[in-house]
Design a protein around this ligand. Structure first.
Ligand SMILES: Cc1cc2nc3c(=O)[nH]c(=O)nc-3n(C[C@H](O)[C@H](O)[C@H](O)COP(=O)(O)O)c2cc1C
Length: 385
């Protein structure tokens, strides 16, 4: 049976303890943006074209300097090592086998070195600005030393978002009651308990383990994140990052034209139009609404990637038609990983490729990197946002 987002989500729900499923699935506040993201792609209509000899298609794309088999990267998703055994390694392997980039989240369970070693790849590395600049500098040196070349610098999380479902599920409850609740949820998922919780150890703090010596619990990690994410971050700080990072820097979390232009002015190589999958500021626009404006404002100074609510190959074609150079996936691969590990993430990528083929064939798009707004059945100009 073909891979679909909804099937993977349902399977992940059956497999994961409730609080982990909720952590992946939820959004901030009333989850308006969370819902708007997929709905935004859903609203766009493709323009069907026929009788055009579509026997040869080119699905490849330039993703921040490397050629990918499809214009997709597995975007940064924290704590993937809790969704599957050494989850970040499994996802990196699946991405490599299907020829797309994998981006390791700063807040991963497996650190960058382990993922490199066990996947034989040098993934993109995502970083937040953290208060302890000395630690951040060392971390940058560490990942560069083992081959990192592309940094995704996430700027829409100066502080963690407020997600009510996480509060309800008991994720942040560090008291004895919380422990009992979490243990109970784990016992209710014996497959996960055995495969991930017991055989997937250690569940350390990955890239930040050395910053938290002697601390062991999830509560310690949340506390450290709250204390160390840097609210004072501004464009000037990008100079500091730039001076240490010789490779490409993509600024992730841009939602308006001014910030996109500012990112390039500050030395970024590309931007990711993103509202963090509706997990940070609720009631901001869906990525699909903002994307065309940002693309126009950037005017070809560098690639514009997009994420948020992308669930199928059709969505990916729509994103490219609306001007994106490539797409990042979040929940799609996180659920695929939780549901069936490396092989299921690979199956997801194969399904997206097959869907893209159908969409390209029936819109008359032979070369994906040439996709433009003529593929959308919108009349012109692009619908006002
Ligand atoms: C469970 C989860 C954890 C995430 N962790 C990170 C992270 O560590 N760093 C980051 O830049 N973005 C993170 N994101 C945001 C994703 O990179 C991406 O922007 C978002 O998931 C895209 O929306 P989608 O899930 O609808 O595809 C996370 C998203 C989810 C769902």
């Amino acid at each position: 049976m073909a891979w679909t987002y909804q099937d993977a989500r349902a399977a992940a729900r059956r497999r994961l303890p409730h609080m982990l499923f909720e952590y992946i699935d939820s959004g901030a506040f009333d989850e308006r943006t969370l819902a708007a993201n997929p709905a935004g792609w859903g609203k766009l209509r493709l323009m069907q074209r026929v009788m055009r000899d579509m026997s040869k298609l080119d699905l490849t794309a330039d993703m921040a300097g490397g050629t990918a088999s499809i214009p997709v990267a597995l975007g940064p998703v924290g704590f993937a090592g809790m969704y599957a055994r050494r989850g970040e390694v499994q996802a990196a392997r699946a991405a490599a086998s299907e020829g797309v980039p994998f981006c390791l989240s700063a807040v991963s369970v497996c650190d960058y070195e382990e993922v490199c070693r066990k996947s034989g790849t040098a993934p993109w590395f995502q970083l937040y600005m953290i208060r302890d600049r000395a630690y951040m500098g060392d971390l940058i040196d560490r990942v560069l030393a083992v081959g990192a070349r592309t940094m995704v610098f996430t700027v829409d999380m100066p502080l963690p978002g407020i997600r009510h479902r996480d509060g309800r599920s008991g994720l942040y409850d560090t008291g004895p009651g919380g422990f009992v609740r979490q243990a109970w949820q784990g016992i209710g998922r014996p497959g996960w308990l055995w495969d991930v919780y017991l055989r997937g150890r250690p569940h350390g703090f990955g890239n930040f383990a050395a910053a938290m010596p002697g601390r062991t619990g999830l509560g310690d990690y949340w506390r450290w994140i709250r204390e160390n994410f840097d609210c004072s971050t501004n464009w000037g700080d990008l100079d500091w990052v730039r001076s240490r990072w010789p490779g490409k820097i993509l600024i992730k979390g841009v939602l308006c034209t001014e910030d996109a232009v500012a990112a390039f002015d500050a030395g970024a190589d590309g931007v990711v139009v993103s509202n963090h999958g509706g997990r940070q500021l609720d009631s901001v626009a869906a990525s699909s609404e903002v994307l065309p404006r940002v693309v126009d404002a950037v005017g070809g100074r560098g690639p514009v990637f997009v994420d948020g609510g992308l669930r199928s190959g059709l969505d990916i074609l729509k994103a490219l038609a609306a001007g994106a150079d490539g797409c990042l996936l979040g929940r799609a691969w996180a659920f695929a990983l939780a549901a069936g590990g490396e092989s299921n993430v690979a199956a997801m990528l194969q399904a997206l490729k097959a869907e893209l083929r159908v969409a390209m064939t029936l819109t008359g798009c032979r070369v994906l990197r040439d996709a433009d707004r003529s593929l959308l059945d919108i009349g012109k100009p692009f619908p006002a946002t």
